[in-house]
Each structure stands twice: as C-alpha cells, then as structure tokens.
Design a protein around this ligand. Sequence first.
Ligand code: HEC
Length: 196
Amino acid sequence: MKTSNLEDVRLTLIATALTGLAWIAFTQPLLAADGAKTVATPADKVARGKYLVTTSGCNDCHTPWKVGASGPEPDMSRMLSGHPEKMELPAPPQPSGPWIVAAAATNTAWSGPWGVSFTANLTPDKETGLGKWSLRQFSDTIRTGRHLGRGRPILPPMPIPMYKHFTDEDLAAIYAYLQTIPPIQNRVPEPVAPKQ
Ligand code: HEC
C-alpha cells in the first residue's frame, strides 16, 4: 500500500469515528428524554391514583349507594363524599350471635363492636373534605391508622391493616387523584361510641 492510500484509510477511520461521536451527541438527549418517560408526570400520577382508588374499593364505602336500574350501586353523583350528613338513622340493630356488624343501605354507616362509624368525605372540599390536607397528613393517616397521623384511631371497617402497606408512590398518587375530583360539601358525623 502506498503512503497516500494509508493516509486515506486513516482519514476515513477518523471521519467514521467523528460521525459516531456526532451521532452519540445527537441521540443522547433523545435517549435521556425517552428514559424520563418512566418518571411519572402529574397526569400519570393522577391516572395511577384513579386506578388505585377504583380497584381498592374506596367507592364501596365512601360513595353512598343508591338503588339503580340494575340494583344497588354507588351514586357517582356523590362520589367519595362519605356518609350523607342529612341521612336520618334509627339506632342500629342489636348484634345477635355471630352476626356482629350491620351496615346502612348507603354502605356509609357501620355498626359493630367499635360503635357506629361513618365513612369520611374524601373530596377536596376545604371545610368538610380533604381540601386542606397535605400529602403528609394523608399518608400519615393511612400509615398510622390515626386521624392526621396523631388524632383518634380510625375505626373499622376502614381497611387500615391492608392499606398501610401502600407504597409512598401509591399514597402520593391516591392523594393527587383525590385532590382533582369534584369537591362536595358534606359534613360527616362523628362516630358514636359503643354502649357499655
Ligand atoms: C370497608 C369500607 C371502607 C373502605 C373500602 C375504605 N374506607 Fe376509608 N373509611 C371507612 C370508614 C368507616 C371511615 C371512618 C372511620 C372513623 O371515623 O374512624 C374511613 C375513614 C377514612 C379516612 C380518614 C378520614 C379522617 O378524617 O381521619 C381516610 C383518609 C380514608 N378513609 C380513605 C380511604 C381510601 C383512600 C380508601 C380506598 C383506598 C378507603 N378509605 C376505603 C371505610 C372504608
């Protein structure tokens, strides 16, 4: 091979290497942007929260039930607004034998050995719902089973023993979703202590 040919080969190699470097420099930000897709955007977080709320049964207890065309169903016009404050309830039935729990037709008031509990308003209403709650207060409530993480114990049948295992990300997603749903003003009554 002549010297000039060797020179050509060397130049070609250098050019190829430079093209490669240029390609990496060009694609790196794109790859990084693509990788960033796995990090949740606020919309992803809300969608995940909606999914968790829907599949974890929050509407079973926190949305008052009505009798619809095909039987009892959560009344989604009152989604997650808790036990209706205006609903009048007679004294709960006395437990008999192994039957110890009774629920109102709305599925929002429950009587058992703990007394009577009423499901909370989870909508972002500032006065009667979770509108003024921080993520920290919400997570602490679920994790410790105490109102705002330090108040009175949260009564059954709120499934704290299961929900306390939600990850931080899941709790943040549930909280984010709950803050986006329509606020409904509904002041849920305080629980009634069991008769001694
Ligand atoms: C089996 C019924 C049931 C299900 C399912 C349920 N809850 Fe509850 N929840 C309750 C009851 C009853 C209370 C009120 C307990 C009390 O007053 O001590 C409550 C209370 C709460 C509270 C505490 C409010 C406060 O002021 O301290 C939060 C927060 C809450 N629920 C969120 C949720 C979320 C989020 C879900 C779904 C992931 C859910 N709950 C599912 C029955 C339920």
